[in-house]
Design a protein around this ligand. Structure first.
Ligand SMILES: Nc1ncnc2c1ncn2[C@@H]1O[C@H](COP(=O)(O)OP(=O)(O)OP(=O)(O)O)[C@@H](O)[C@H]1O
Ligand SMILES: [Mg+2]
Length: 610
């Protein structure tokens, strides 16, 4: 773990600062799809604002040159009204742009999260095998929030700042070319300074963020490993290591504050020098009657105002630069290809819903066949090698074998959660890749090793099996699998909230509910991957009875750890290392005194009835 932290340290500091790629940002905006009308509204409001805010020096210039210089009051009322109207429009625009940018930001995060949620639901299991959930959450929550903020606020700074610069420069050059040029010459100097500063600042901030995560990691490790640290007498070393990182973080933070402290006054200084030069040359021109006092005032005000927008615009770029990696991550997640999906031929033939294609969906009989199937989750780690198994319609096949033998893998393939690298899986002699996925799931009831319930009531959870099921059907299904006993004992009966992931119920109860959910769908094929965890004998008996009821008249593939479940199967298959090493009925296999016999005497959880 320590070494890993060290590795992280070097890995991150070696990273180069990202370049802004316009393509990435355009793609993000396209995916986030903010309404064009909102964008246009925001841009228009900001342009109006930039223009109106910078009209005031001109108005004051007029007041000085017209009213004050000539000692006039004629037209003062109209002047005041115009001024007031401008101020009111500015106030209105300020409110409007804040509202619009807020709406754009929320709309974009909503759209992108919705898209993300839909996409994540479609991605295959193999994607989730290689992608930690924490990583996904962080992309969809932190990265998306940040990116939408960068875009919405970046747009404000960029449009407002950009137009302010343009308006001021035009006004200055038009009023007085000579004095305007002084500002124009200083302009590139400030831009160069700003870019230089932003680059340094970006690097320092990145370093601070990195150190921050190292510190969090060290804290975490220090707390989690406190006991081990004590027994290994590593306290001193850990402390030293932590202090070293904290000191570095402290130094970097001071560097960042120093940089800000230098930058702002330096830019202000340039602004003040320009303003002073305007006063010097302007004063001279005034003496020679070449310029009016009001114009000097306006130029002076502009000279002080010109520099902040440069910082704003440069800030947008550095924010984008800092968020470039986040944008790329989110886009790559949204573009992650869905590996298992209905191919175009299947969609054309059967449609996405029954009746929407050229042919109606076939009636299922329920034979399942694995034909020369080879499969591995990871390259070079073969789990099934040329595996063959045929289950007749209505037959119950139980698979037994040691942990890691490949039992769940067989289920995963039959359910098309994964696709084999070689060979075929056929249902009623048709390759499942040539059938719609929805057809498969409609005909398949599946209870997994760790049954998952959704937050909501018990009724809701059973209804997931068939959405149009009535309250009565739900109750009968629960009764059939003997789930009604415990449900009725609960405070709110069927309306009891099961909590997130069904957390308020025991494993046995969750399993009974998932049986009811499977029953209500009335599938032709039932697949059970039984949990190994032992449950109390009463629930065990109920589960056994539930399974017997479910298996009637269905094709069943069951992976069982309980002898009671296995014994009644038509055929038992003993799997070892992805290969069938023995098969037959319970009695036959016991007589043979082979692998099954050994498993039976050694490993099965034998209930008291046997
Ligand atoms: N998602 C996965 N990614 C990589 N390897 C996997 C994955 N799932 C299973 N494996 C590997 O495939 C092999 C077969 O696993 P499988 O889950 O099919 O075993 P199992 O027979 O169901 O075991 P158990 O009785 O413990 O449930 C094991 O070696 C396992 O480590
Ligand atoms: Mg398993």
């Amino acid at each position: 773990m320590k070494d890993q932290t060290k590795q992280n340290k070097t890995k991150i500091s070696d990273r180069q600062i990202n370049k802004i790629k316009a393509k990435t940002w355009l793609e993000f905006i396209k995916l986030a799809a903010p309404r064009i009308s909102l964008l246009i509204g925001l841009i228009a409001t900001l342009i109006i604002l930039a223009i109106l805010e910078n009209i005031s020096p001109l108005l004051i210039r007029f007041a000085i040159d017209h009213f004050i210089q000539n000692n006039l009051t004629d037209g003062l009322i109209i002047y005041s009204v115009i001024y007031l109207i401008i101020i009111l429009i500015i106030a209105f625009c300020t409110k409007a742009y804040l509202k619009l940018s807020g709406r754009i930001e929320t709309e974009m995060s909503y759209n992108i999260r919705k898209r993300g949620f839909e996409h994540l639901q479609n991605l295959s299991f193999s994607f989730y095998d290689r992608t930690p959930v924490g990583w996904l959450l962080s992309r969809m929550i932190n990265d998306v929030t940040r990116l939408c903020e960068v875009i919405a606020f970046g747009l404000i700074d960029f449009v407002w700042g950009g137009f302010t610069i343009v308006v001021i420069l035009i006004a200055m050059l038009f009023m007085n070319l000579r004095l305007g040029l002084i500002a124009l010459i200083a302009f590139p100097v400030v831009i160069a300074m700003t870019i230089h500063f932003q680059k340094k600042m970006l690097r320092t901030q990145r370093e601070i963020r990195r150190l921050n995560s190292v510190i969090t990691g060290e804290f975490n490790e220090g707390i989690m490993g406190a006991r081990t640290t004590k027994t290994l007498l590593r306290e001193k070393e850990n402390e030293l290591e932590f202090f070293e990182t904290a000191r570095e973080m402290n130094q970097r933070s001071i560097d960042a504050s120093k940089m800000s402290a230098y930058f702002l006054p330096t830019v202000s200084l340039v602004g003040i020098i320009v303003a002073a030069l305007i006063l010097v040359f302007g004063g001279d021109a005034y003496m020679n009657n070449l310029i009016e006092i009001g114009t000097i005032y306006a130029l002076f005000t502009y000279a002080l105002r010109l520099w902040d927008p440069i910082r704003q615009v440069a800030g947008v770029f550095s924010e984008m630069q800092a968020a470039q990696a986040a944008a790329e991550r989110v886009i790559s997640l949204l573009n992650e290809p869905v590996e298992i999906t209905d191919n175009p031929d299947v969609i054309k033939k059967y449609g996405l819903q029954n009746g929407s294609g050229e042919l109606p969906w076939p009636e299922i009989k329920g034979t399942i066949e694995f034909k020369n199937v080879s499969f591995s989750y990871l390259k070079d780690e073969i789990v099934l090698d040329n595996f063959n198994l045929k289950i007749e319609a209505g037959e119950t096949v139980a698979i037994v074998g040691e942990t890691g033998a490949g039992k769940t893998t067989i289920v995963n393939l039959a359910c098309r959660f994964y696709e084999p690298q070689k060979g075929q899986i056929l249902i009623d002699n048709i390759d499942i890749r040539n059938l719609p996925q929805a057809w498969l799931y409609q005909n398949l009831g599946y209870v997994i090793q760790t049954p998952h319930l959704f937050s909501g009531t018990i009724t809701d959870n059973i209804r997931y099996g068939r959405l149009e099921a009535t309250e009565q059907e739900i109750k009968s299904a629960a009764k059939l699998v003997h789930a009604d006993n415990f449900i009725e004992k609960m405070e709110n009966g069927y309306a009891t909230d099961v909590g997130e992931g069904g957390g308020r119920l025991s494993t046995g109860e969750k399993q009974l509910i998932s049986f009811a959910r499977a029953i209500i769908a009335d599938p032709a094929i039932f697949i059970l991957d039984e949990a190994t965890s032992s449950i109390d004998t009463e629930t065990e008996k109920q589960i056994q009875e539930a399974i017997d009821i479910i298996l009637e008249k269905r094709t069943a593939l069951i992976i069982a750890h309980r002898l009671s479940t296995i014994k009644n199967a038509d055929r038992i298959i003993v799997l070892d290392n992805g290969k069938i090493i023995e098969q037959g009925s319970h009695q036959e296999l016991l007589k043979a005194q082979g692998h099954y016999f050994n498993l039976y005497t050694g490993q099965f959880i034998i209930d008291q009835n046997v």
